[in-house]
Ligand binder design. Sequence first.
Ligand code: ZN
Length: 384
Amino acid sequence: MASAQSVHGLPDFSQSTNFRSISTMLPPKLFPDVEPEPGERLNTEMAISESYSSRNITIPIHVRRGINDGPRVFVTAALHGDELNGTGAIRHLLADSSWELHSGTLILVPVLNILGYERHSRYLPDRRDLNRCFPGSKTGSMSSRMARTIFDQLIEPCDFGIDLHTAAVRRTNYPNARADLSNPRCAEMAEAFGAGIILDAPGPEGSLRRSATDRGVPTIVVEGGEVWRMESAVIDCMTRGVLNVLRKLEMVDGEIDVPIKQTVISHTKWIRAERGGLMQMHVAPGETVKKDQPLATNCSLLNEGQNQLLAPFSGVVLGASTLPSVKPGEPVVHIGKLGTRKQTNAYEKRSENDSVQQDAIEQFSSSVHVIAPESITNTDEADS
Ligand SMILES: [Zn+2]
């Protein structure tokens, strides 16, 4: 058996009786020094930094290898430490014995940003966003070094990646895949995932998916739901999607189960509050809207309408604020543009035919309090 020292540069306490209890705390195996045999699966850990008390900071990883050769795929969640729907999807995949990986290697990382997760926070303790630090630097800040370790040891050795997210705090996102569709491999993955809506964009500078794709590891992001929750409709969408991609890559048997045709969106807009007050929503995530349709009305605490927000174009509601009280400039509704009424009708018809999307629409209709515009008095001005 290799000593701890040879595995990861840690002192080898195993010969000392006094330190045996500390020795047993060390991870038995550290990724990526372990490679499962064909057909094997194992739980391991990866050291990504060190603590004030000079312990390794590690993240748990599940590695599964099929009996045949094939691609190596990572699925990561909680890169923002408070975004748990992806963690729930990975837990579901781990517990579900109905699928089998017959080719390639699958690496499941339920919580990538372990330090944020431990504090129920999006950010690292130095207040940096890990998802803006990639590919990172060996000589940079703590976050940058952490990003570099993750990138070198976990991301770059893979052939494809899926990174699971939710909306930021106080917002929710209707499930959607995000991919740079100018990259054919990303486009194929996003389509195979089958979220129903695909946002075409390369992702922010420094994000895991953009950095990975730039370095030849086509990676997509899937967004759905809110922080601090595990939402069944989102987990169903993510679980189905990951298995769909693995089927597309011929790593798992079975038919790909996706909506008949999916909607690609290349332009989105956050509609922001004009006034301070209580925002009464008229639409829910997943719904379609027509140009000039009322989206939300800003009211005083006495239900006097102060300002109505209208849809600037026809589209689908991708996300919304879950916090009803707003100040001017705060985001209220995120709309993805659908070009024509025909496209809007087509989107509605497609989502009706897909049970996973239909469940999501039903669940999201209750995640924000929606009321009819007519139930508000004194609406005296309208802005878009
Ligand atoms: Zn996120």
